[in-house]
Write a protein that binds this ligand. Structure first.
Ligand code: RFL
Ligand code: PHB
Length: 390
């Protein structure tokens, strides 16, 4: 098989890239390790920043998102039993976020690719990359018992943090910058209308909690927990009790309902530099991970592939490699700003076991500052709705 761009991974990065390339008249083949059903049902992100919404709309894949997505104009920071609203409208000149599940974005993109006769090979096993330094890289894989080979002009590594693309780059040319956090998030999806109209980020002595949602009928809630905890130690009653304590605010109550899904995920910050090696370009979680407190992972993945699609299109249009050569540098400027924001939100809102009484008071001081100073609130708001694209 031959194509112009071989894409590894059918997550948001790989699928948005494939779709944007198609709009430029460029052919691609997406190789995905899992089944279609698995990638369409995986419970992950839920917050789309304005840039992501605009891109999906502009690319003609935003129709259902516009109909079903929930547009939010602010978030609440809750601490010491009181709520403080960060008003995006007032602070960012009317920019907003949209609540629309990552799984729905993935569904819409798969439908659009398949309707345009785009090739997505699900359950592609043993994917390996070869001849990345040459003009015609080769991807080898298996579907069922059959061995396949795809030669292409470029390979896009969109296979997430545990994929094979990042490890196909010789370690001598790669730098990894990392920070692990001494906690994890326990997340649940519950069949109950959200208890507030907007997301609530809560700082509490017992640890961080977050009230989010997926639709007018589905709540998504998170609790800070220890990274080595087992979900078996968290029966539903314990989860609700903990959420009630951490989210408590006078005049407000948490609505409870059947828990449809629950899981624990670890947290880290990580950046690989450079994001390119020969004809391989890394995008999304394959190149960087952020802790979820800033709701940025999916949005950053989309920002990467926007840059990559434009660079590849420019190459085919004019033969110029200038944008391709600048890919890593262009993306990394945004990546580090988003890393900073995600780290800052995480540090401000979580309980660290190493914290002293001084640290706890400093965190309250910071929350008080962010919710009482227009300048500080504006800084949070402009990052949360998404910094401008370069
Ligand atoms: P993905 O989504 O991980 O997709 C990678 C795809 O590659 C496939 N794959 C392979 N395919 C072929 N061969 C191999 N060897 C392969 N290895 C892997 C995988 O099956 C998969 O389909 O990466 P991508 O596209 O870069 O997208 C990144 C986002 O998924 C991620 O950043 C977000 O989910 C992070 N995230 C959030 N981001 C937001 O922007 N807003 C949020 O509100 C938000 N909340 C979250 C989150 C992530 C969370 N977890 C579970 C880590 C909340 C949580 C709890
Ligand atoms: C979510 O709804 O899954 C969500 C919302 C905000 C975050 C992280 C996750 O910061």
């Amino acid at each position: 098989m031959r194509t112009q761009v071989g894409i590894i991974g059918a997550g948001p990065a790989g699928l948005v890239l494939s779709h944007l390339l198609h709009l430029h008249g460029i052919e691609s083949v997406v190789l995905e390790a899992r089944t279609r059903q698995y990638v369409q049902e995986r419970v992950r992100a839920g917050v789309l920043e304005q840039n992501t919404v605009d891109l999906l709309k502009g690319a003609g894949v935003g129709e259902r998102m516009m109909r079903e997505g929930l547009v939010h104009h602010g978030i609440e920071l809750r601490f010491q039993g009181e709520g403080h609203r960060i008003d995006f409208n007032a602070l960012t000149g009317g920019r907003t976020i949209t609540i629309y599940a990552q799984a729905e974005v993935v569904k819409d993109l798969i439908d659009a690719r398949l309707a345009a006769r785009g090739a997505i090979l699900f359950e592609a096993a043993d994917v390996s990359l070869h001849e990345l330094e040459g003009e015609q890289p080769v991807i080898r894989f298996h579907t069922g018992d059959e061995a396949g080979q795809l030669s292409c002009d470029f390979v896009a590594g969109c296979d997430g943090f545990h994929g094979i693309c990042r490890s196909s780059i010789p370690s001598a040319v790669l730098n990894e910058y990392e920070r692990a956090y001494p906690f994890a998030w326990l997340g649940i999806l519950a069949e109950v209308p959200p208890s507030s109209d907007e997301l609530v980020y809560a700082y509490h002595d017992r640890g961080f909690a977050l009230m989010s949602m997926r639709s007018p009928r589905l709540s998504r809630l998170y609790l800070q927990c220890a990274p080595d905890e087992s979900i078996d130690d968290w029966p539903d009653a314990r989860i609700w009790q903990e959420l009630r304590s951490r989210l408590a605010r006078s005049g407000w109550s948490l609505s409870e309902g059947p828990i449809l899904q629950k899981g624990i995920s670890g947290m880290r910050s990580s950046v690989l530099e450079p994001m390119q090696y020969g004809r391989l370009f890394l995008a999304g979680d394959a190149a960087h991970i952020v802790p979820p407190t800033g709701a940025k992972g999916l949005n950053l993945a989309v920002a990467d592939v926007r840059v990559l699609a434009a660079a590849i299109a420019e190459f085919y249009r004019s033969g110029s490699r200038e944008l391709l050569d600048g890919y890593s540098q262009t993306c990394l400027r945004r990546v580090w700003k988003v890393q900073r924001f995600s780290w800052w939100m995480t540090s401000m809102l979580h309980r660290f076991d190493s914290d002293t009484a001084f640290d706890r008071r400093r965190q309250i001081g910071e929350l008080d500052y962010v919710t009482s100073s227009r300048a500080a609130a504006q800084s949070l708001a402009e990052n949360y709705v998404g910094l401008p694209m370069e």
